[in-house]
Design a protein around this ligand. Structure first.
Ligand SMILES: Nc1nc2c(ncn2[C@@H]2O[C@H](COP(=O)(O)OP(=O)(O)OP(=O)(O)O)[C@@H](O)[C@H]2O)c(=O)[nH]1
Ligand SMILES: [Mg+2]
Length: 436
């Protein structure tokens, strides 16, 4: 009797990927490391890596990416390893893509397309999906254009005139209109987000953003800090959408900590652009926690890649605490304190909960820097103000005859309110914030 489940074979054919890259043009990343990362990306995207190859050359060949001879050898690699997709560890031109596709008779993808594909798989929220869609459209629009100029340059003629051109114009117009529409929808989402942020500003709650290389442990750390239940996985780009949780610092101050999309080397510009709305949480934050996977041999190169993206966003100079995470995985003979750049860093294991207390008090220290010193007695009728001071600042309270004496640090706006409501403190000093 036939197995009813097997009448239609629904299994998707296995994607067998072969990865190629060039040595000597990777911003300090050895080609083998960059290809290893590309392999992790490929596997996250659901394909199997069946082989890799690289060639030493300063610039890609305009037609073949590799040199012509080396490219031809890929045909043999294809029969040997049976790959059905070639993934290039760089941006490739439509010309390179097409000549490789014709040579190898299989799909050819660039690293960016792979990253965008992973984002598309992992986007869950409305906003996330819109951002990915925008990135895809932005990615394809210029390629459509360039593909065309390429064709017309190789002689024009049949297939490059008349209705064909109209078709291309139509395609471009459709894509542009779609881009406009998606941007409009994203603006709406952004406005809602800005309203939420304004409310937060009004309540003067400080915000802290987790940033770092993908898979460094940002979500794990948020779960530790906030006792939350954010999705954690040993894969690249597990998190795409921002998640915010409230965290109480040892000083009693409450802050909002936001976890968001991770960064990677050669993160496509289209994606950074498309994800600007999400990444604005980073721009708005009072403090950044940069999570570094200290157990990764590439952690320094990863840090530079993170710095590049932060600079591109305009958040490169924000106050920042570096967290060297996963110290539980460090070899015992490598004392963490001897790691480069470690003087200012906090060592932690988000997974085991080590270093969390230190981190929390360092966060309080860093946030105090942007607050003003206060010493004032607030009348008992203003209990609500006292409560806000308690949760937004780092203060000590003492109950006196005339009211609650508040001593410590408060955000500007609250300090001003306290100063306005206050009686001079016992020692006659009440320090309002400096004007402006
Ligand atoms: N050994 C060890 N593993 C950790 C630690 N922190 C996180 N991990 C693991 O590292 C992997 C990635 O953790 P996530 O928290 O998802 O990392 P992320 O930075 O949020 O990653 P993306 O959202 O993908 O950018 C998971 O398998 C975690 O269990 C740690 O301190 N020690
Ligand atoms: Mg995450």
């Amino acid at each position: 009797m036939p197995d009813r489940n097997r009448i239609i074979d629904l299994t998707i054919p296995e994607e067998r990927a072969f990865l190629i890259g060039l040595d000597g043009r990777n911003r300090g990343w050895p080609v083998a490391r960059s290809l290893a990362e590309l392999a992790a990306l490929t596997e996250t995207a659901g394909a199997t890596v069946v082989g890799t190859a690289f060639q030493r050359r300063p610039e890609p060949d305009p037609l073949w990416y590799f040199g012509k001879g080396r490219a031809a050898e890929l045909v043999d690699e294809k029969s040997a390893s049976q790959f059905n997709v070639l993934i290039v560890d760089d941006e490739i031109t439509p010309t390179q893509q097409r000549s490789l596709e014709r040579l190898l008779v299989c799909k050819v993808l660039a690293r960016s397309a792979l990253i965008i594909d992973i984002f598309a798989r992992h986007a869950r929220t409305h906003e996330g999906r819109l951002q990915v869609e925008l990135a895809q459209l932005e990615y394809y629009l210029p390629r459509l254009t360039r593909m065309w100029t390429h064709l017309s340059r190789t002689g024009g003629g049949i297939g490059t005139r008349g209705p064909g051109e109209t078709q291309l114009e139509t395609d471009r117009r459709v894509i542009r209109e779609k881009i406009k529409k998606v941007r409009g929808q994203l603006d709406d989402v952004k406005r809602q987000r800005a309203t939420a942020a304004r409310q937060r500003v009004r309540s003067e709650v400080a915000t802290v953003a987790l940033v770092g290389y993908t898979n460094a442990g940002k979500s794990t750390l948020l779960n530790r800090l906030a006792d939350a239940d954010v999705f954690v996985a040993d894969m690249l780009f597990a998190t795409l959408d921002p998640t915010s949780r409230q965290v109480t610092l040892p000083t009693g101050q409450r802050v909002v900590v936001t976890d968001t999309v991770g960064f990677i080397n050669k993160l496509p510009h289209d994606l950074v652009d498309a994800f600007r709305a999400t990444l604005e949480e980073v721009l708005r934050a009072d403090l950044l926690l940069e999570v570094v996977d200290a157990s990764d041999p590439d952690f320094m190169r990863q840090e530079s890649a993170v710095q590049l993206v932060l600079d591109e966003l305009g958040a490169g100079d924000k106050p920042r605490i570096t967290v060297f995470n996963k110290i539980d995985l460090l070899e015992p003979h490598l004392p963490a304190a001897e790691m480069p750049g470690s003087e200012q860093a906090v060592f932690a294991s988000a997974a085991r909960g080590e270093g969390i207390e230190t981190l929390l008090s360092r966060m309080a220290d860093a946030l105090r820097a942007r607050m003003v010193q206060v010493d004032a007695v607030v009348p008992y009728e203003r209990g609500e103000l006292v409560a806000r001071a308690r949760s937004t600042g780092a203060v000590q309270e003492r109950y006196t005859r005339r009211g609650v004496r508040i001593r410590g640090h408060l955000p500007d706006a609250i300090a001003a309110e306290v100063a306005a409501a206050a009686q001079p403190a016992q020692n006659g000093r009440s320090r309002p914030p400096p004007a402006g």
